[in-house]
Design a protein around this ligand. Structure first.
Ligand SMILES: Nc1ncnc2c1ncn2[C@@H]1O[C@H](COP(=O)(O)OP(=O)(O)OP(=O)(O)O)[C@@H](O)[C@H]1O
Length: 351
């Protein structure tokens, strides 16, 4: 590997099934030790892209480089990667230790046992080494699958919805544990999930996919605060788009009043645009400030409740209010904006 080459370099990748595009022009890079995630709705092409990196799907066009070398058509076992897929594929006739040892067959015999013990210890499985998969809970089985994939010490681990069969608590715990373990070991990973919380909880860099396209590959903070695309804006963090008109001096006029952009706007005055409003960008207006809206729906979230609001011109917005101030559907409320920065999209850019 040259000094500057990323660990994984996917360039302009296209994948198709019988002529139907599943991944379109996807490019991303992972540095050694970096944790990445592909996030997007069902059917957007996440698994296909991951399988192409794994060598389980031959791309129609584009290139995959691993450690600076072309790996586009390399057989999966020659890529030096670890995999954990949704169906764990543990061998039912092998014990926990047997499952972990299986991936170590290329090592000298003497080394296998110590490497296996090390992997079992990392995942807290020492006491279960002699059990068989059917004698384990779902979470324990998942740990075995992780131990098996980590035992050969790959530099890149591929994970396809590995926590989806676990209950919410266990899911978060195992995810956090795995993140810490990978960071300690310096192992990079690419995770596929449709769960935003999981994506941002696990990864350093998240790629949002839609209909085969990787729309943005960036840290979570950037996806949230500087979305490159209206779909990213609405998918990450439940943003809504408010119609607006550009005014002179990098201001925009909206139904909620005029907003000042800190950055120069890429549109001339008079252009119709849309402004991104996050649920936390809207606050209850006091007295006469703000504008009236009708509460369409309320979703209790614990400390806060997500309110879907409808302005009188039909525009739908979302707002978080403290749950002890929760409103009821049909109620009229006043809202005003409290924006740290203004993100503007062309009015015809697709969502
Ligand atoms: N073996 C296959 N044969 C034909 N079409 C397929 C095959 N696998 C996936 N597809 C199609 O390719 C597209 C992308 O599928 P893919 O499984 O990559 O999406 P995904 O984002 O991982 O979805 P999910 O979150 O539901 O697993 C979908 O339209 C899907 O129907």
């Amino acid at each position: 590997m040259t000094a500057t080459a990323p660990l994984l370099d996917v360039a302009q990748l296209h994948c198709a099934y019988a002529g139907h595009a599943a991944v379109v022009d996807a490019s991303l890079q992972l540095q050694p030790g970096e944790l990445g995630c592909l996030l997007g709705p069902s059917g957007c092409g996440k698994t296909t892209l991951l399988r192409a990196v794994a060598g389980l799907h031959v791309p129609a066009a584009g290139r995959i480089r691993l450690r600076g070398r072309d790996a586009t058509t390399l057989a999966p076992e020659q890529r030096g990667l670890g995999f954990v897929f949704q169906d764990l594929a543990l061998f039912p006739h092998l014990s926990v230790a047997g499952n972990v040892l299986f991936g170590l067959h290329r090592l000298p015999r003497g080394e296998r046992r110590s490497r296996c013990d090390e992997a079992l210890a990392m995942l807290g499985l020492e006491a279960l080494a002699k059990r068989y998969p059917h004698e384990l809970s779902g979470g324990q089985q998942q740990r075995v699958a992780l131990a098996r994939s980590l035992a050969p010490r790959p530099d890149l681990l591929l994970l396809d919805e590995p926590f989806s069969s676990l209950d919410a608590d266990l899911r978060v715990r195992l995810r956090e544990e795995l993140r810490a373990l990978l960071k300690t070991l310096g192992i990079a990973a690419l995770l596929v999930t449709h769960d935003q919380e999981e994506a941002f909880g696990f990864a350093d860099t998240v790629g949002v996919m839609r209909a085969g396209r990787l729309l943005q590959w960036a840290p979570g903070f950037e996806l949230y605060h500087r979305p490159a695309d209206p779909f990213v804006a609405s998918f990450v963090g439940e943003g809504r788009l408010l119609p607006a008109t550009v005014l002179a001096g990098d201001r925009v006029r909206t139904a909620l009043g005029e907003l000042q952009s800190a950055l120069p706007l890429a549109f001339p005055p008079g252009t119709d645009v849309r402004v991104l409003l996050r649920p936390d960008d809207l606050v209850a207006g006091d007295g006469d400030s703000g504008i009236e809206a009708t509460v369409d729906a309320v979703a209790f979230r614990g400390a806060e409740s997500l309110h879907t609001l409808r302005l009188d011109d039909g525009t739908v917005l979302a707002a978080l209010f403290p749950s002890h101030r929760q409103k009821a559907p049909g109620e009229r409320v006043r809202v005003r904006t409290d924006l740290a920065h203004v993100v503007v999209f062309a009015s015809d850019a697709g969502t």
